[in-house]
Design a protein around this ligand. Structure first.
Ligand SMILES: [Mn+2]
Length: 307
């Protein structure tokens, strides 16, 4: 038995204390968030620890499209949270909802890790892969449905295995499993690239993948778009919308990313409340979780100023 898996089990068991724990992914749940929750639920069930999954907000459109095909129905995950709840965070590590956090398993690195009884934050192509590893360490027999969930999460959370956040070894594993499971790789790639329909209104393009962060009291909102067809006029319209949204939200900064998965590069636009925009170019598909937000967090916490 592995050390991480043993600590994880002990923390969850102590927390459950005969009751039930609640598994919760990040806000605007994506496929990796939901897949990680479903796998964590299976792991807790294996340990005979009662648990439920709660999606903290409405899932994104890709979840609605993809999860039913994988046999996962999210309508049963609409519970309420109260201060009495005991929470297990997956695919994020910042507590933003009522309840006491007892554990987190996440793949968004931070220089400022939280202080929960069990914290496992490791760079990884998808959080679902970390949970899958815990399941294997716990001696579980992994079903084909569970493997399919993990493989799908790997493709969809890493821009079809192209993001810098997925290690070559993990990508090779995902490709091999997809083949062995008879999954349609063209579909995984299409969903993973997630190329946006750029004829949508800029208000909509501006808001994809919205996440909120609290970096020592500084609030940051972030969204992104994946496209190979951004134009200057469309970008201007999006940035204007983001500035309006930033002022409405009262946050300190809006970080907007344009990922071009075909050119393999990302551009970051930091929109400040005064309307100033700072542009950062990445000569790669920069991962928001692995590279961009840790940079933003450092910038804000260490007060390097902005712009
Ligand atoms: Mn994820």
């Amino acid at each position: 038995m592995n050390q991480a898996e043993r600590l994880c089990e002990a923390a969850m068991r102590a927390a459950a204390d005969g009751g039930r724990v609640t598994i919760i992914g990040h806000d605007t749940p994506d496929v990796d968030s939901v897949a990680s929750s479903v796998l964590m639920h299976a792991l807790l069930t294996h340990w005979s620890i009662p648990s439920r999954i709660v999606l903290p907000t409405c899932a994104d459109a890709q979840v609605e499209r993809v999860m039913p095909a994988l046999g996962v129905h999210t309508d049963a995950m609409n519970g309420m949270l109260t201060e009495e709840d005991t929470l297990v965070l997956v695919d994020h590590h910042q507590a933003r909802h009522p309840g006491r956090v007892v554990a987190c398993v996440d793949h968004h690195p931070t220089d400022y890790p939280p202080d929960y009884p069990y914290v496992q934050i490791e760079p990884c192509g998808a959080c679902a892969l970390l949970v899958l590893r815990l399941m294997k360490q716990a001696g579980m027999r992994i079903t084909e449905d569970q493997l399919r969930l993990a493989v799908t999460a790997a493709y969809l959370d890493s821009v079809a295995l192209r993001s810098e956040k997925i290690a070559a070894k993990e990508a090779a594993w995902a490709r091999k499993q997809a083949r062995a499971l008879g999954m349609e790789e063209a579909w995984l790639i299409r969903e993973g690239l997630g190329l946006r329909d750029m004829s949508l209104p800029p208000e909509e393009l501006a808001m994809t993948g919205r996440k909120e962060y609290d970096f020592g009291g500084r609030r940051v909102v972030s969204t992104y778009v994946q496209t190979d067809a951004m134009t200057q006029s469309l970008l201007n319209a999006i940035l204007k919308e983001l500035h309006a949204q930033l002022r409405l939200s009262g946050a300190d900064l809006w970080v907007f990313l344009v990922h071009d998965p075909l050119a393999m590069r990302s551009t970051r636009y930091d929109v400040a409340p005064d309307g100033r925009v700072t542009v950062t170019e990445y000569g790669m598909l920069a991962s928001r979780g692995k590279t961009v937000m840790p940079e933003v967090e450092r910038m804000l916490r260490e007060g390097e100023g902005h712009g």
